[in-house]
Structure formats: C-alpha cells, structure tokens
Design a protein around this ligand. Sequence first.
Ligand code: ARG
Length: 437
Amino acid sequence: MKKKLWGGRFKKSQDPEFEEFSSSIHFDYVLAKYDVSGSIAHAKMLGKCGIIPKRDAASIVKGLAVILKAIQSGKFIYDFTAEDIHTNIQNALERKIGKPALKLHTARSRNDQVALDTRMYCKDRALELYDLIVGLQKGLIYFAKKNKGVIIPGLTHTQHAQPVLLATHIGAYVEMLERDKMKLHYAFHAADAMPLGACALAGTSLKIDRKYVARELGFAKLCENTMDAVSDRDFVIEMLEAASLISMHLSRLASDLILWATPEFGFIEIDQKFCTGSSIMPQKVNPDFLELVRGMGGRTYGNLLAVLTMMKGLPLTYNRDMQFDKQPLFDSVGKVSKALSIFARMIKGVSVNRANIERALLDESLYATDLAEYLVAKGVDSRQAHSIVGKLVASTLEKKKRISGLTLAELKKFSEKFEKDAFKLLDPKVSVARKRK
Ligand code: ARG
C-alpha cells in the first residue's frame, strides 16, 4: 500500500482495485501549483502565529518554493501512485526537507485544502477565459471592420427576412460574449473566498490567522461558515455555467459560419488551416473546427449537469462524492479556453464572397417589410399594409415578375399610396440606412 496521509486507525491495507478507483492524482495533479502556493501561505502563517517553530516554517517554505519552481518549469515528477496531489506534494516535501515537513498539515484538513486549491484554480481560469473572450471579441470586430458595409440577407426561421449589415450579425456575438464576461466576473467572485481554517468541518482550536492567509493568497474575503467552507461547490458550478453559456454562444456562431460556408450559401470561405479533408472523397474541405465547437455544448452541459446532480441531496459537509467535481470542471474549462483561442484566429481568416451575397440580396421579398412601413408612414394601418404587400409579393412570385419590374400604375393597383419613390426601397443599402438612428 502506498503511503497515505492517514492509516493509523487501519489494520488492513486497501483493496488494490478500490485504491485505484478512489485515487485522484491522475486528474487533480493540475492543482499542483495552487496546492503548493496554498501550503506556502499556510506554513508562513503557522510560523508567524507560533503554532510551529519559525525555523520549521522557514524550511517548509523553502522546500515548497523549490517544488513550486519544478512544477512551473514542468520538471516536477508526479507520483501517479499517490492517493491525490495533496499526498504527492506532502511526500515530495518530506523527501526534500525531512522532519519539519510533518508539521505542514497542522490546523488543516484535505477538506479545506482541496476547496482552497479548486477556488484558486477557478479564479485563475476565470481571468484567463475572460481575456480569451476579449481576444475573440477583437477578432470578431476585426472581421466586421474588414467587411465594413457588407450587407447580407438577415434570417428568421432560417428564411429570408430583411437585409442587415454583416457587422450587425457579428456584433450580436460580441454582445453575447460581453454577457459571458459578466458571468465569468460573477464566477470569479463566487470563488474568491478563502476556506482554510475550516479544517475538516469545525475549525481548529489552534490560534491561526485566516486573514493573513487570505491576504497572502490574494483572496478578497474569508469563507465565514466552516461547514459551508468545506461543502460548498457553488463556485465550481458557476464556472461550469459560464463554460456552458460560452459554448452555447460559440456553437451558434459556428452554426452560422457553417451555413454560410455551404456551397448553397457560398457567403464565406473558411481558411483551410481550420478545416479537414476526407479519407475517401478527394474534393472535401470540411469545417471540422466549427463542427467541434458546435458539438462542444453537449459536453459542457453534460459536465454542468454531472456536478449539479452530484451535489444534489449531499448531506453536510465534505463527502467524497465531491471528488467528482474536478474532471468535469477541468474538461469544460480546458475545452472552452482552447475553442476561444482558436476561434479568435480563425475568424480573422474568414473571407467573404461579396458576389454570392449580392446575388442573394436580389430576392425582393427581403424588402417587403420596408414597403409595408412605407404605406404605414402614409397613413395605412399596419395590418392592411401587411396584407397589401403580402398580396404584392405573392402576385409577382406567381407571375414570375420582379417588383422592380412593375410600372407605377401596376404597383398602384395594390395601393393608391404607392408613388415612384417606393421603388427606391428595393435596395439593401437603402433598407439598412433607413433603420439607422
Ligand atoms: N481528492 C479529494 C477531492 O477531490 C480530496 C479531498 C479528500 N478528503 C478526504 N477527506 N478524503 O475531493
């Protein structure tokens, strides 16, 4: 049996298959740098408060600093037979500095330790995702500016609706991402409370200084209730919600781009750098990146639901069930951050085929609402205007004519209110310009 942080009470060694089943090192190793940073702050506090000798605290801090450096430079060799990352770091420290290491876990439990590590991870990754979103917003704005003035047929129900600026369409995603930033802001604050000192669930009789640890680690506040401190995973759920919302927004953007890139639309071409070919059909250039992004929501929603369900009905306080929060969290955050990063580059390389778009804009039904509003402005009530233009569109379609091909007299048959200037409305630029405030 591998060395554990417990065992005194045990007379039997663990069932090997159960030991493997319960171990978390193969995924919680990503918490390593937070675990060590948390331990450094904790050890400093123990020394400062006279709970352990200052000399031992100094030696612990020194040893942990070396370990932290190794982790950051990728040189730390993880022990994948350890029970978890906390045990792995504790054992590594013992090997490095010997006896003083045995004092590190004073006034601490893995229950408050893992809450601390996970909160630190969430705070860091919330900031990182925030920056990546800013990067994608910049990419979208670059794309919109590069195609300034381009007008496309706006869709509702995936049917021609009214002309809109491509920039308005893209701007909608900038807005969605802005809301995602608010969500991440909230997720950051949900994680920004320091749980150490709660220990297993009841706090400690030792005279610790929690505020000092919070300051050292850059936490805004303390977890106020020791039982909540070790049993709360709302901050994990907040991150998973943020990741779900982001991936929902990205999937819609991916869908629009996939549609526009079809030969039937032909509005855009996606840079081959973000496409994949077929093993049998030599002609294929498939938008695989966008498809992966579109599909990612299934995974991020699943991760959110996994943690929500895992937490439901859990009695206070810490329960081992909660170990199942990590893989979903790391998976969602990891996938979403990669998708945001790649998307920011991909969107800049999208090229627009103006000729195909102009062809699509020849559909005069796109101007039906403008014609109806023209009549409304002349005093026709809106229901009647709707009906008049509906008949006009149906009639021209039936007769295979264009509205712009009618004479004024023919147009007037639908409403006396139509004058020559009505024909000017059959123009995407006019349509868009009339809507600007
Ligand atoms: N691997 C555990 C988790 O992720 C760490 C905490 C273990 N605590 C305990 N009392 N067994 O939740």
